[in-house]
Design a protein around this ligand. Sequence first.
Ligand code: OXD
Ligand code: MN
Length: 591
Amino acid sequence: MALNQWTRNQKLIRWVEEQIALCQPAKVHLCDGSAEEFDAIAALMVANGSLIPLKKRPHSFRCHTHPDDVARVEECTFICTKNMEDAGPTNNWHDPQLMKKKLQSLFANCMRGRTMYVIPYCMGPIGSPYARLGVEITDSPYVVLNMQIMTRMGADALKHLTGDFVPGLHSVGRPLNPGEKDGPWPCNLDHRVIAHFPEESSIYSFGSGYGGNALLGKKCFALRIASALGQKEGWLAEHMLILGLTPPEGQKIYIAASFPSACGKTNLAMLTPSLPGWRVECLGDDIAWMHRGADGRLYAINPEAGFFGVAPGTSMRTNPNAMKTIGHHTIFTNVAATEDGDVWWEGIGFSPPEKLISWRGVPWNPSEEIPAAHPNSRFTVSAKQCPIYSSDMENPQGVPISAILVGARRHSVMPLVAESFHWNHGVFLGASISSETTAASSGQVGYLRHDPFAMLPFCGYHMGDYFAHWVEMGQRLKHPPRIYSVNWFRRGVDGQFLWPGFGENIRVLKWIYERVAGRGGAVHSPIGLMPSFDSIDCGNLSVPFEPLFSVDRNEWQKEVQELESYFQLFGSRFPDSLAHELRQLKQRICE
Ligand code: OXD
Ligand code: MN
């Protein structure tokens, strides 16, 4: 189909024509998002060996990436603002003009011999006043399939694409010479660049095929570009799950929760409560866009339509709803495979069969002690397949948020849960988050780094301005949600986790529910309000209350010192109100 039959949007036509001229693809495929299109692209990939159908799961596939292209690459991710200051000290900055020059040369002829796919998509329910449109151009068929699951992609989105949109250009960066056969997983590791231009809301990603770098609707648009748009326009784009919580008797509330990558957002979003009568519904596991509603409450939509979840550790014990979600119509990336056509990963809840293909596509040898599945291996699946999917996810107005959780992975210091004294103190809790790193990003795993609101890799502007924006949002809300810090990962002196987590996390949600309802008991501590011994329903769980909630003054003095030096990074853009919260904390700790 010709471009001008596909759309009348002149800006879109011009932009696509320019990218064709630049990238010189052999073919152009204008995506319609249909099931037939999915099947045809999947069939092409199966034929060239890059996708392998799974006999045991209907309409599901597995694939492997290049062994060095398995996670987000923060060192290759750039925020390009005219003024270096505006990207802030936590982002890699690049001069936009120089970056554009570099990109022009990287993308020139980069799709030679390949098909260019043009993907119109919508982040958020189509027609919602809060949804935004984007178009991704890519030469990766894997990206097309994943975008079809992760976003509202294709003809419906195109119908709404009459005006502005966020353009995103992606290439694996490996042109094919005439007669040259494609490699098993094309990428261009030495020239990876993921560049964001928040001042013109555009994205360029070169050289990587990994989801977080290549599915441009997700981290690039829905977090980095959207957070910058939100700052300008008065809303928030956050690295947060959204869930609905209904008690045995009583009204449903909605909760948003941020945790760094691979720290249990999907598990919490799909929680199976251990307490009878409680119900959790899932509205999203990774991203929330939050606006002030006309009633002065904070409303959230999930801009995504699917889950790009971490596979290892997912089992019938830890997340039965995820296991049921991925029984069919799922793409698995970098998991291990069984001989009989199924998948396997560490922590799946049963031993590996005798013969296994590792995520590298070769027979796995357990004695080598290398994981069979990559620690950041993923499943891509539609949210609608989740047994506790909530149709509230399609509500164009979003859902009112009663509580926000800011979580971290900390083996010590941070208690299981603490409620902020007020909004600004809650923002301070979010700004103070540090967490142990995981395999979701390339680099060392398990070291503690500051990760405010789990947004360190995703904030598209100066983090100091981001804190100020949160403070201002609170001022504009008549009924701001309560804010809680949570930590499921504290360990005892024996190195064991103190809290069982997963389905038992409902006990913490129950306390939060009761606090929001104005009933739950709490005691004052220097760092926030904590459950009193009898106000958190531990039933017959044998958990040690004291070590879960203790606030060690020595540890906290060090924490305060660390925060004092970290917050200096943000200079004059660090809000006075948060500096005040830090001074107050210091006083309370030293009292
Ligand atoms: C993700 C991530 O993929 O945070 O969601 O890395
Ligand atoms: Mn994430």
